[in-house]
Design a protein around this ligand. Sequence first.
Ligand SMILES: Nc1ncnc2c1ncn2[C@@H]1O[C@H](COP(=O)(O)OP(=O)(O)O)[C@@H](O)[C@H]1O
Ligand SMILES: [Mg+2]
Length: 243
Amino acid sequence: MMSSVPAVSVRDLRVERGGRDVLYGIGFEAARGSLLGLLGPSGCGKTTLMRALVGVQIVKSGTVTVLGEPAGSPALRRRVGYATQAPAVYGDLSVGENLRYFAAVLGAPRSDPARVVDEVGLGRHRDQVAATLSGGQLTRVNLAVALLGGPELLVLDEPTVGLDPVLRQELWELFRELAGRGTTLIVSSHVMDEAGRTDRLLLMREGRVLADGAPESLRSRTGAADLEGAFLRLITERGGSTA
Ligand SMILES: Nc1ncnc2c1ncn2[C@@H]1O[C@H](COP(=O)(O)OP(=O)(O)O)[C@@H](O)[C@H]1O
Ligand SMILES: [Mg+2]
């Protein structure tokens, strides 16, 4: 039934921001339960694409379908979790209070705050006021909010930026586990070494998808030793400059 519909289907998406084109005809599909990476340098359009997926971005043309519905449909509200790049939690509430507040707004089960706080490894900080958390802890509270209600699609904008390698590893393990349970994840990063942890990568540059495939196939197709090298070769193939 629903599972035959891709989690996300984007066709010829064009977006203009500040009077300038920033996405030029993006197209891709994400299967249910897949872990898709959106990789590319700062300013290439990752956040804009994610905004279109959650339905807050005005688009110039093209279609964005999420779980079979037009992006941003009211019916999708509880089915899609979004963690913005800048943490959006209340500084004067504790971790637990933030999560209980957002759970109430979303109509998520009462047991959810306890579940998500453990999933992101913040159990010890449950009663700490958010304003006093470290950057990495704040990032994890932000992620925990997105996990409330067990959404079918998670859109996570640079969720591992600023985290130490151990935490990054733990979060990628959590993403993998969620995908294993059938959640679809779209995770952006500008750090190439994270790319290898995904099932599939969209390599973006300047508002376009340079390549779309499994990390291993991108590496072998370009003959590069690593994904950073693959990215550089793809740019050169296209006749672009790396400057
Ligand atoms: N509010 C805005 N107004 C005008 N231009 C914007 C705005 N936000 C982002 N942009 C531009 O859109 C492009 C893509 O930005 P963004 O999607 O944030 O990229 P990324 O997330 O990959 O860093 C950039 O050139 C950026 O300068
Ligand atoms: Mg961004």
